[in-house]
Ligand binder design. Sequence first.
Ligand code: GH3
Ligand code: MG
Ligand code: MG
Ligand code: MG
Length: 345
Amino acid sequence: MAAKTGCGAPTLAEASSDRVVLSKVTGGNALPVGRQESGQQESTMKILLAEDSPVYRHLISGHLKEWGFDVAVAKDGAAAWELLQAPDAPRLALLDWVLPSIEGIELCRRIRKAQSSSDYTYIVLLTGKEGKTDLVEGMRAGADDYLAKPFHPPELEARLLVGKRILDLQRELVEARESLRVAASYDFLTGLMNRGEIVALLNRELIRGKRETKPVGIILADIDHFKKVNDSLGHSAGDTVLKEVACRLKADLRVYDGAGRYGGEEFLLILPGCDLATTVRRAEEIGRLVSATGIMSPKGIVKITVSMGVTFAGDGRSTTVEALLNEADVALYRAKENGRNRVEA
Ligand code: GH3
Ligand code: MG
Ligand code: MG
Ligand code: MG
């Protein structure tokens, strides 16, 4: 059994493995159309039916429920538009062309205008009109497909199957894009921001601090004698220690502070609004938090300390990212020279 660490927060590596389960391909299987399989549990796909004819409304919603959909019904365009704006609005919409208050085609235009790239709504227009111009107009307005009334139930079911498959693909694309964004910005082992991201944050905070004439505190922390951990307990135990140290480093931060992995066993903390004295005090607190208890690794308990170099921007000092990082590095070097497990500014 893997040893539990005190912080115990899942790292990105662990968190992203859940994402893989959730993004399992679900389309085109033997499940009813509206059922979607996600990991272990099954959930029902919501569909909006906007139809003013009581007969069609009754008939269609009966079929939709039978096919496993969770049906939201609107008797006119305004009610449909309201349902489409709810936080967890249906992503599949079956809209009658001719509707009181707002017509189906106008709903299509509004949906397309309002939607973001991450929540696509698949629209099937129901039409009584046969003219070709009308259909083209409907597609131009944003409909994905259409069905002319009257229709046989399997025709509708087939169209919804396609819609559901497209929505599943779209969700996978969004998830893949999100995974790429996370992978490009965060350190895979510790889940902290990677070097590029934390330095970019420092840059942004320096600009903001200048504008608002507020200081920005900077802490560069380096694990003491970390090579010995790797040498005595192995690289894998070293990784466990790195994860736990990262977790302890950020445990005491405020929401607008930033923590990143700056190098192998070096971490950069950005504390907006903190002057030098405050940053030193907080660095000392964070250092105590890191060393308070030994870290449990699969190979035994490891006692860890960190050395920290502190600097700050503000008080009319004109400083660049490079100059500040250099100052923090010099201070860190002094902390090492002066015996480690300490803070130097
Ligand atoms: P000091 O107190 O002077 O900082 O000594 P140190 O041993 O911590 O510093 P040194 O720079 O000599 O060694 C750092 C070590 O960190 C060497 C490198 O193999 C290890 N390291 C860097 N990245 C990783 C990692 O991702 N996982 C593991 N397990 N070790 C890493
Ligand atoms: Mg109608
Ligand atoms: Mg070190
Ligand atoms: Mg180092």
